[in-house]
Design a protein around this ligand. Structure first.
Ligand code: PLP
Length: 445
C-alpha cells in the first residue's frame, strides 16, 4: 500500500521517525478551496494552510495554468552571469513596488532557509567590503524560526532544531522571546516587559560591542515557535536601537508577508521599516517553491562595489529566479490583489480573533492569542499558574489527533494549537473552523 511504501522508504522532515514507522502517514490525496481530502476520502479544513502558506487555497487553476504556459514557453533558465528571464524580472519589479519604500532589489532562492542563509552571507560580504570584518554577529530571539540550514538554523531559536545538530554554528546571540504571557515577570505589565527587552538588547550590544554586531533578525509576529505577537512598542524600540548602532534590521516575513496580518507586510502592522526582508510561502501560495531576499540600496551598494572589485558576487542557486516559480508567483500576486486577500484578512481579523478568544474560558486554555488571520491556543495544566503539562507536547498531539477526527487540521507546536487558514476564507469558513475547534476542545476535557 501507499502507507507501507512511505513507512519503508520516506524519511519525513520534522517527524518522530520511530513513531512514524509504527503509525504511518496521513496521505493527503486532493484539495479544493480551504479543504483537503485524505486517501480514504475523509474531508478536513486545512486550518494551517499547509505550512502557513497556501493563501490561494488548494484549487486555484490560474496558478496551474501559469505554470503550464511558462513550462511550454521556457521551462528553465538560470540567472547567473547576467542571464535573465521575463517572469523573474517582472516579479522583482513587482516586489520592489509592493514592499516598503527602501526595498528595491530581489534575490531569489527556492526556500526561506536558503533566503536567510543568503542574508547572512550578504551581510558578512558587505561588512568585509566596508572594511569592518569584525561586524558579523547576528541577534535573534529565543523561539524564533528562520529555517533549518546551517546558518538559518543557527538563527532559529528552538532547542529541537539545535540539539544534536551542533547548532548554532555561526556567531549569533539569542535574546528573550517577546511573549508577554510566558516571559513577562511577576508583577510586570506589558509596557515594563517591553522596556526590559529593549534594555536587554542595549546591554547585549554594549557587552559585545556594536562593531561586532551585523544585524538583528526577527519575524514581525513569531509564528512557528508558537504564534506570539510582540508587545506594544517593541518593534519601534528595536528599530531605534538598531539604527543608533548601525545594525541592519531584517524582517523575516516568510509567514507574515502578503497580507497575513491584515496589512501588506507584517512590519507595517507593528510600525517598523526593515533594511532587508525575507519572503516565501505565500509568494506562490506554495504551488511552487520560491523565496526572495529584498534589500535596500543602502545594503546593495557595498555588495555591488565588492563584486566589481573581486570580479563576481559569488553566490547563487541553480533555481535562483526560476521562470516557472516566478511566473506562478506573479499570477498568485495578481490574484491576491484582485481578490484583496489583505483586505479580507483585515476584515476577518475581528471574527477570527474573537472566535479564538472565546475559548479563553476553557479549563485547558492558558492563552488565546494572535493577530490578523493567525492565532493560537496555548494549553496548560493549570490556568492560574500557567503551569505546563508534565509531558510537554502530549496534550498537543492528542488535540491534533482529535482535531483530525473532527475534520480540522491545525498545528500542535508543543501544547500550542496554531491556526493560519488560507487567505480566501469567508465568514462562514471562520465560523466552521471555530465550531470544529470547539468540538475538539470539548473532547479533550
Ligand atoms: N522563516 C520563517 C519565518 C519561517 O516560518 C520559515 C518556515 O516556516 C522559514 C524561514 C524557512 O522556510 P523554508 O521551510 O522554506 O526553508
Amino acid at each position: 500500500s501507499l502507507a507501507a511504501a512511505d513507512m519503508a522508504h520516506t524519511l519525513h522532515p520534522n517527524t518522530n521517525l520511530r513513531a512514524h514507522e509504527e503509525n504511518g502517514p496521513l496521505v493527503i490525496a486532493r484539495g479544493e478551496g480551504i479543504r483537503v481530502w485524505d486517501d480514504r476520502g475523509k474531508e478536513y479544513i486545512e486550518g494551517l494552510a499547509g505550512l502557513w502558506s497556501v493563501g490561494a487555497g488548494f484549487s486555484q487553476k490560474r496558478l496551474a495554468e501559469a505554470a503550464y504556459a511558462q513550462m511550454l514557453k521556457l521551462p528553465y533558465y538560470h540567472t547567473f552571469t547576467s542571464k535573465a528571464n521575463e517572469p523573474s524580472i517582472r516579479l522583482a519589479e513587482t516586489l520592489a513596488e509592493i514592499t516598503p519604500e527602501p526595498l528595491t532589489r530581489a534575490f531569489f532562492t527556492s526556500s526561506g532557509s536558503e533566503a536567510n542563509d543568503t542574508i547572512v552571507k550578504m551581510v558578512w560580504y558587505r561588512n568585509n567590503a566596508l572594511g569592518r570584518p569584525a561586524k558579523k554577529t547576528f541577534l535573534a530571539r529565543n523561539k524564533a524560526y528562520h529555517g533549518i540550514t546551517v546558518a538559518s538554523g543557527s538563527l532559529t531559536g528552538l532547542p529541537v532544531n539545535h540539539r544534536d545538530f551542533d547548532l548554532p554554528a555561526i556567531p549569533v546571540r539569542h535574546l528573550t522571546c517577546p511573549h508577554f504571557y510566558r516571559f513577562g515577570a511577576a508583577g510586570e505589565d506589558e509596557a515594563a516587559f517591553t522596556r526590559r527587552l529593549l534594555a536587554e538588547l542595549e546591554a547585549v550590544i554594549a557587552e559585545e560591542g556594536a562593531d561586532t554586531i551585523a544585524a538583528f533578525i526577527g519575524e514581525p509576529l513569531m509564528a512557528a515557535g508558537g504564534v506570539m505577537p510582540p508587545p506594544a512598542g517593541y518593534w519601534e524600540g528595536v528599530e531605534r536601537i538598531c539604527r543608533a548602532n548601525d545594525i541592519l534590521l531584517v524582517a523575516d516575513e516568510v509567514i507574515c508577508g502578503f497580507g497575513r496580518l491584515g496589512t501588506p507586510f507584517g512590519c507595517q502592522k507593528y510600525g517598523f521599516t526593515p533594511d532587508i526582508m525575507t519572503l516565501s510561502k505565500q509568494i506562490t501560495s506554495s504551488y511552487m517553491p520560491l523565496a526572495a531576499v529584498m534589500i535596500s540600496d543602502h545594503v546593495y551598494g557595498p555588495i555591488a562595489d565588492n563584486s566589481a572589485r573581486v570580479g563576481v558576487f559569488g553566490h547563487g542557486f541553480t533555481a535562483s529566479g526560476h521562470p516557472v516559480a516566478t511566473a506562478v508567483a506573479l499570477e498568485n500576486l495578481a490574484i491576491m490583489r484582485e481578490e484583496d486577500w489583505t483586505g479580507n484578512a483585515a476584515r476577518l481579523e475581528a471574527p477570527f480573533q474573537a472566535g479564538l478568544r472565546a475559548f479563553a474560558d476553557h479549563p485547558l486554555v492558558g492563552e488565546a492569542r494572535g493577530d490578523g488571520l493567525i492565532g493560537a491556543l496555548e494549553l496548560v495544566a493549570d490556568k492560574a499558574t500557567k503551569r505546563p503539562f508534565e509531558t510537554p507536547g502530549a496534550m498537543g498531539r492528542l488535540a491534533s489527533a482529535i482535531g483530525h477526527d473532527e475534520g480540522l487540521i491545525f498545528r500542535a507546536i508543543g501544547d500550542q494549537l496554531a491556526l493560519c487558514p488560507p487567505m480566501i476564507v469567508t465568514d462562514d469558513d471562520v465560523a466552521e473552523i471555530m465550531t470544529r475547534m470547539g468540538r475538539t476542545l470539548e473532547r479533550l476535557t
